[in-house]
Design a protein. Structure first.
Length: 322
């Protein structure tokens, strides 16, 4: 039976946080807690920093002191502990189906979902981390660690200002965009919002046009991480704040076609690419029809203000192989 014919009894509600290994830890903490506009939590120490936005999510960014950059894990939210338990059962079954001869898995360069690929890394249980909660971890076919959790401690919201209120999206480079897209949709329940030719695919788990996107590349790595601010005015003020602190925007200001979001891409002290975004398109689940956007300047840069990304920006977006 096709996994798609069994609608899950659980859904991912939102993107919680991204956890990064960081080769320039001290400088990066200063950057994100300074001009980027996040706030360091008291649980931070000399090896790990937890940074929150103004929204209720416990933290949106974790940085771990490391020798080289990489993704530690991506955290996704579920509604409650029952949903987490249902997800663990469903994910295990879906991985077994892919392992058990799904044609796309067999034909994919990613191969079957063997011990080297997709698997559950832990059973549902209490998470022994700041913010707590209940969840489990899995590895996707390219070995990315994904944590699904519920009942993580919320933090009191702060007054909205010209700083990020949430994590908007994570874009991941992949060596097999077709297979990985199918896997994230069928195993984790994401939906395709749009394609940008066959170069990028934008996936949603709620009304936001995308929370995860994949970019066709030579290796699996992080492309960029986007933080949302509450208005176009806050977006321009963010670019101004970073500019005055000596961090000029590397690509932007501009507005994308797919997702219709305003964008401004920077390079952090470790060489990772963060994005300030605003006005992300909201999708009506019942009526949305995915489309394939041509990759032409008028649609990649609707305002005509950004131009194409520089070779240096593209190099940073290619990331370090995970
Ligand atoms: Fe983005």
């Amino acid at each position: 039976m096709s996994p798609a014919s069994q609608p899950p009894t659980w859904t991912i509600t939102h993107l919680r946080h991204i956890s990064l290994r960081c080769a320039a830890f001290d400088e990066s903490v200063d950057y994100y807690a300074g001009p980027w506009g996040l706030r360091t939590l008291g649980d931070s120490d000399a090896r790990t920093a937890l940074l929150r936005a103004t929204g209720a999510e416990h933290h949106v960014l974790e940085l771990h002191r490391a020798d080289r950059n990489g993704i530690d894990h991506i955290s996704l939210g579920l509604a409650d502990e029952r949903a987490v338990d249902a997800a663990a059962v469903s994910v295990r079954e879906a991985i077994a189906r892919w392992d058990g001869g799904d044609e796309r898995a067999a034909e994919s360069p990613l191969g079957g979902t063997t011990a080297e690929g997709a698997r559950l890394l832990s059973e549902p249980g209490a998470l022994d981390r700041p913010g707590g909660g209940y969840g489990f971890r899995l590895a996707d076919p390219e070995g990315r660690v994904v944590e699904l959790s519920a009942t993580v401690e919320a933090v009191p919201t702060l007054a909205a200002d010209a700083t990020p209120d949430k994590l908007a999206h994570v874009v991941l480079n992949t060596a097999d965009i077709e297979a990985l897209c199918a896997w994230w949709c069928e195993v984790l329940g994401f939906r395709v919002s749009d394609w940008s030719e066959r170069q990028m695919v934008f996936l949603r788990c709620n009304a936001d046009h995308h929370s995860i996107a994949f970019n066709r590349a030579e290796w699996a790595s992080l492309n960029h991480v986007a933080y949302e601010v509450p208005s176009l005015d806050a977006y321009m003020a963010s670019l101004g704040r970073l500019n005055r602190a000596g961090h000029t925007v590397g690509w932007g200001p501009g507005r994308h076609g797919p997702g219709n979001n305003a964008f401004g891409y920077f390079v952090d002290p470790a060489g990772t690419v963060p994005e300030i975004t605003a006005e992300v398109q909201q999708v009506d689940e019942a009526t949305w029809v995915p489309r394939t956007w041509p990759r032409i300047p008028e649609l990649s840069d609707r305002w005509g203000t950004a131009g194409p990304p520089s070779p240096e920006m593209r190099q940073h977006m290619a990331g370090t192989p995970d």
